[in-house]
Design a protein around this ligand. Structure first.
Ligand code: ADP
Ligand code: MG
Length: 247
C-alpha cells in the first residue's frame, strides 16, 4: 500500500444533477466529506438518497455538475488507472461461462500481470470454488468473486455499492467477514448500504445521506445522540425524513 498525506477521499461542494423530462433532479446536493486512510465508513441512506451517484463520481464513472472529488489527492480516473481504488458493484462484470479461477486470472491479465488466482480467492473466502462456473454461483458467492477481482489491483481504497443486496443472512455474514479481515490490513473501505445493522456492525463511521445531503456523520452513538434517541432505526427515520435536515 502506498502511504500518502492526502485523504483517501475528499469531496467539496459536490453536486450532480440529472436532466429529465420532468426537469432537473439534484441527486447529489452539495456534499462535503473527508475520509482518512484506514477508515471503514458506511454511506447510509434510503433508496434514492444519492449513494450510487456519489460512488460513481468517486470512481470517475460520472462527472460532477459542480464541486470537486479527489481520491488520494487525484482525479478519480487517475486513481483508478493507478490501481489505488477499486470497486465492488452490484451488477455486471462477470462472464457466466468462465470458472472462478479463470475470472480472477483474466482480471489480473487486464492489469497486465500474470498472477496466480489462489491468494485472491483465499482472501475472498472462495478458494474452494475455484473450478466452479460463474453462472452456478449464489449471489453471495458472486459478490465475493467481485471482491477477489477488486483485490487484484491491491487498492488502497475499496468502494462497495450495496454489495449484499439480495443475499441471505449467512451470505452477508460471510461476505463481510472477508471484507473485514482484509480491511484489518489497513485498507480504507467505503460502502453504501440501506441496512442499518450492516452499517453499525461493520463501519467505524456512519455518513447518513438523505436527498443528496449529509444529515449526520459520526459513530453510531453520535448519530443517535444527534436525533436524541438511543435507537439507531429511530435516528435513521428521524434524520432522513425531517424536511429541515433534508433541505
Ligand atoms: N442516470 C440518471 N438519470 C436521472 N436520474 C437519476 C439517474 N441516476 C440516478 N438518478 C436519480 O438520482 C437520485 C439518486 O439516485 P441514486 O444515486 O441511485 O440513489 P441511491 O443509490 O442512494 O439509491 C434518485 O432520485 C434517482 O432517481
Ligand atoms: Mg444505489
Amino acid at each position: 500500500m502506498t502511504s500518502t498525506s492526502s485523504p483517501a477521499l475528499e469531496a467539496r461542494g459536490l453536486v450532480k444533477e440529472f436532466r429529465g423530462p420532468g426537469g432537473a433532479v439534484r441527486a447529489v446536493d452539495g456534499l462535503d466529506l473527508v475520509i482518512r486512510t484506514g477508515e471503514v465508513v458506511a454511506f447510509l441512506g434510503p433508496n434514492g438518497a444519492g449513494k450510487t451517484t456519489t460512488i460513481d463520481m468517486m470512481l470517475g464513472l460520472a462527472e460532477p455538475t459542480s464541486g470537486i472529488v479527489r481520491v488520494f489527492g487525484k482525479e478519480p480516473a487517475g486513481a483508478v488507472a493507478d490501481g489505488q481504488v477499486a470497486a465492488v458493484l452490484q451488477t455486471g462484470g462477470l462472464l457466466r461461462d468462465l470458472t472462478v479461477r479463470e475470472t480472477v486470472e483474466l482480471t489480473a491479465a487486464l492489469f497486465g500481470r500474470t498472477r496466480p488466482a489462489r491468494p485472491f480467492l483465499e482472501r475472498a473466502g472462495i478458494a474452494e470454488l475455484a473450478g466452479r462456473r460463474v453462472g452456478k454461483l449464489s449471489g453471495g458467492q458472486q459478490q465475493r468473486l467481485r471482491f477477489a477481482m477488486a483485490l487484484v489491483a491491491e487498492p488502497d481504497l475499496l468502494l462497495l455499492d450495496e454489495p449484499t443486496t439480495g443475499m441471505d443472512v449467512a451470505g452477508r455474514r460471510e461476505f463481510w467477514g472477508a471484507i473485514r479481515n482484509d480491511a484489518a490490513a489497513g485498507r480504507t473501505v467505503v460502502f453504501a448500504t440501506h441496512y442499518l445493522d450492516e452499517a453499525s456492525t461493520y463501519a467505524d463511521r456512519l455518513v447518513l445521506v438523505s436527498h443528496g445531503r449529509i444529515v449526520a456523520d459520526g459513530a453510531a452513538a453520535e448519530v443517535m445522540a444527534l436525533a436524541s434517541t438511543d435507537n439507531l432505526e429511530d435516528a435513521f427515520v428521524a434524520l432522513t425524513t425531517d424536511e429541515r435536515a433534508a433541505r
